[in-house]
Design a binder for this molecule. Structure first.
Ligand code: FES
Length: 146
């Protein structure tokens, strides 16, 4: 193999590497942009009369594969969180008798006030869903802390 061929192969390899890195960055940027757009989307998740104070309902946001929990904490207050436990991904449940959110897998307990960890192994709070009231519609309007 001549010296000229080696240089050509080296240059070609460098171009492939550069092209691969550029493609990876473009793909990551595209995925990030897609997720950001999904996370900022506005979705009507319930109407104010659809759940009584002290009850909850499950909805999906920002994608059909992302379960969340809407809790009516009082007559005029609603909160919503991701339903995926930050420990190992089990679904969490609202427990009105304890006024908290609990994970049955390893005993994780979260605050309904801010999603913070009250007990158990979860390393992070539950991501909170930003809510907006539009008349009688409750609208999911983004994710805080995802
Ligand atoms: S998955 Fe929830 S505490 Fe482990």
């Amino acid at each position: 193999m001549s010296e000229e061929e080696k240089v050509t192969r080296r240059k070609f390899g460098g171009l492939l590497t550069f092209g691969g890195i550029a493609a990876a960055i473009a793909a990551l940027w595209g995925v990030r942009k897609y997720l950001h757009a999904e996370a900022d989307s506005a979705v009507v998740i319930a109407r104010t009369g659809s759940l009584a104070p002290g009850t909850s309902l499950v909805f999906q946001y920002p994608t059909p594969e992302a379960p969340c929990l809407l809790i009516r904490t009082s007559e005029n207050e609603y909160v919503a969180y991701s339903r995926i436990c930050t420990h190992a991904g089990c679904p969490v449940f609202f427990h009105p008798e304890n006024n908290d959110i609990e994970c049955p897998c390893h005993g994780g307990v979260f605050s309904i006030q801010d999603g913070s960890v009250l007990a158990g192994p979860p390393p992070r709070p539950l991501p909170r869903i930003r809510l907006e009231m539009r008349g009688e519609e409750i609208v999911a309007r983004g994710i805080i802390g995802s």
